[in-house]
Design a protein around this ligand. Structure first.
Ligand SMILES: *[C@@H]1O[C@H](CO)[C@@H](O)[C@H](O)[C@H]1NC(C)=O
Ligand SMILES: *[C@@H]1O[C@H](CO)[C@@H](O)[C@H](O)[C@H]1NC(C)=O
Ligand SMILES: *[C@@H]1O[C@H](CO)[C@@H](O)[C@H](O)[C@H]1NC(C)=O
Ligand SMILES: *[C@@H]1O[C@H](CO)[C@@H](O)[C@H](O)[C@H]1NC(C)=O
Ligand SMILES: *[C@@H]1O[C@H](CO)[C@@H](O)[C@H](O)[C@H]1NC(C)=O
Ligand SMILES: *[C@@H]1O[C@H](CO)[C@@H](O)[C@H](O)[C@H]1NC(C)=O
Ligand SMILES: *[C@@H]1O[C@H](CO)[C@@H](O)[C@H](O)[C@H]1NC(C)=O
Ligand SMILES: *[C@@H]1O[C@H](CO)[C@@H](O)[C@H](O)[C@H]1NC(C)=O
Ligand SMILES: *[C@@H]1O[C@H](CO)[C@@H](O)[C@H](O)[C@H]1NC(C)=O
Length: 410
């Protein structure tokens, strides 16, 4: 009981409070992308207790204003569905004050999570200068970065924003996640409508940090000791739950090669299930309860080694099926990366600089799994017959494989 009371107190006395004026929660800002129809975007913020807030949208399509109440210092509004496009202004107002978001676009919002390979900045990748020179040509792909902060309790808003919603420039994309940016850019080229990208990642973090206690308990993972389980779930994911999102992409697992490695085939799908349930609930049912979840297979980094834990994690990334989607991991997609090692990466071989191929493979998976496109080859070759003699191993794949010599130095 004492614990419950303590948590409630912290949620209410959150880092943000109303000074008498209306405001939006930390991750709503000018230049943002809100989730387009058929889903309905959720907006929330702070205001004086017991007052009413009128939420209004002005732009290419008009819709009637919404009136919501401020309860416990916060208000929460679910917009009517809005088609892709913009720009819109969104206002939240009462008789004394108005909070405004300008240049808001409607499109698909993707969350990008994980550890250092997801955080890996665009300025570090192969062909970085060419990629950065292109950034401003994609004004409808909008990046947002959650700051690296942790918390022992579940927070309702972010402690800090690292990069507010921005129109892309070489400078802000340069320090943004390359995988997230390129995925968004490629999706935007394909879909021809805005893409919002929410980067929430932290280098060197095991999956336990990003998992709620519910998810950890499903895998028998205890929450005691010095390891900060759920610490980033609490501060970098939980606050985002009310936002309507289309889906998530994820690049993580390296830190579980030496931490609860054998549990990863449970903890990874358990985290996905839990995020889906929590985003669905937080958005009042707007974010799908089976939203598409894409991830990057770990690449290789110690040449020829089977002792680094990477092969096991790779297997566990698929819940030990060897491919996705599968019965345990539905509506997921994987970018194969086994063939993209970067032995001479100046950022350590665990950080391959080819993020273009990774992102384009994620895009293929998204087309097939998130957007229901047919005839998109996204699963990579699957071995369906293996025969061996003492000297040779013959592997027959289910599709034609073009072999590049470097792939054989694994
Ligand atoms: C949004 O607000 C800005 C600044 O107040 C104004 O210049 C612009 O015309 C508005 N746009 C719309 C679509 O209302
Ligand atoms: C908002 O508050 C008013 C009274 O202040 C009440 O009549 C109304 O039912 C409330 N609306 C909701 C959705 O709770
Ligand atoms: C407001 O806070 C009280 C006490 O913490 C809680 O019981 C109630 O459910 C909250 N109301 C809403 C609408 O969140
Ligand atoms: C507006 O300000 C007046 C004067 O300070 C105050 O009495 C009133 O309650 C405020 N209304 C709202 C909705 O905050
Ligand atoms: C509240 O809003 C009013 C009117 O927009 C403004 O004059 C005042 O400075 C604001 N107060 C704070 C604390 O931001
Ligand atoms: C908003 O998200 C919080 C988690 O941060 C959740 O507890 C709350 O129920 C959500 N609000 C609504 C109305 O669903
Ligand atoms: C870098 O650019 C060169 C020349 O356009 C191209 O051949 C190569 O594939 C690019 N590398 C990556 C990782 O995209
Ligand atoms: C894809 O198909 C599923 C199942 O039929 C459906 O629920 C979903 O809305 C479709 N998504 C899109 C983007 O068409
Ligand atoms: C492997 O394939 C080669 C060439 O098709 C064939 O000669 C050989 O017998 C096969 N070996 C096994 C073990 O299947």
């Amino acid at each position: 009981m004492a614990v419950t009371l303590c948590v409630v107190f912290i949620l209410v006395a959150s880092v943000h409070s109303s000074d008498g004026n209306l405001s939006f929660a930390s991750y709503y800002g000018d230049h943002m992308v809100l989730q387009k129809s058929p889903e309905r975007a959720v907006l929330w913020g702070y205001g004086p207790e017991g007052t009413q807030v009128t939420v209004h949208l002005s732009g290419p399509m008009n819709q009637e204003s919404l009136v919501v109440n401020v309860t416990n210092g916060t208000w929460y509004a679910t917009l009517h569905p809005v088609e892709a496009g913009g720009p819109y202004n969104v206002t939240a107002s009462n008789e004394n004050s108005t909070a405004t978001l300008t240049d808001v676009l409607f499109g698909d919002v993707w969350l990008c999570g994980g550890q250092s390979n997801m955080c890996f900045e665009t300025y570090k990748i192969f062909n970085a200068s060419e990629e950065l020179a292109l950034a401003a040509k994609y004004p409808h792909v909008r990046p947002f970065m959650v700051a690296e902060e942790m918390s022992k309790t579940e927070l309702s808003d972010l402690i800090k924003v690292e990069l507010p919603w921005s129109v892309p420039t070489a400078a802000n994309v340069g320090r943004f996640s390359a995988v997230c940016w390129l995925f968004g850019r490629y999706m935007n080229e394909h879909l021809k409508y805005p893409i919002g990208l929410v980067q929430s990642c932290w280098g060197g973090t095991p999956i336990e940090d990003w998992s709620s206690s519910r998810a950890l308990q499903k895998c028998g993972l205890q929450q005691n000791g010095p390891q900060a389980s759920s610490g980033l779930w609490n501060s970098m994911i939980h606050p985002l739950l009310n936002m309507t999102i289309k889906g998530a992409i994820w690049y993580q697992g390296e830190s579980n090669t030496n931490y609860n490695q054998d549990k990863y085939s449970c903890s990874f799908p358990a985290m996905i299930d839990d995020w889906r349930m929590a985003f669905h609930e937080g958005s009042g049912g707007q974010t799908a309860d089976d939203f598409p979840f894409g991830f990057v297979q770990l690449s290789t980094y110690i040449k020829g080694s089977t002792l680094d834990g990477m092969p096991n994690i790779r297997w566990h990334q698929t819940a030990d099926f060897g491919f996705v989607p599968n019965l345990r991991m539905q509506k997921t997609f994987m970018a194969v990366a086994l063939d993209l090692p970067d032995e001479y990466s100046p950022y350590h071989p665990i950080h391959p600089r080819d993020k273009q191929d990774v992102a384009s493979r994620l895009t293929l998976g998204a087309k097939a799994v998130a957007y229901n496109e047919t005839n998109v080859p996204f699963q990579g070759p699957f071995p369906n017959k293996i025969t061996s003699t003492s000297m040779y191993l013959n592997i027959t794949y289910d599709q034609t494989v073009s072999v590049t010599p470097s792939a054989w130095h694994l």
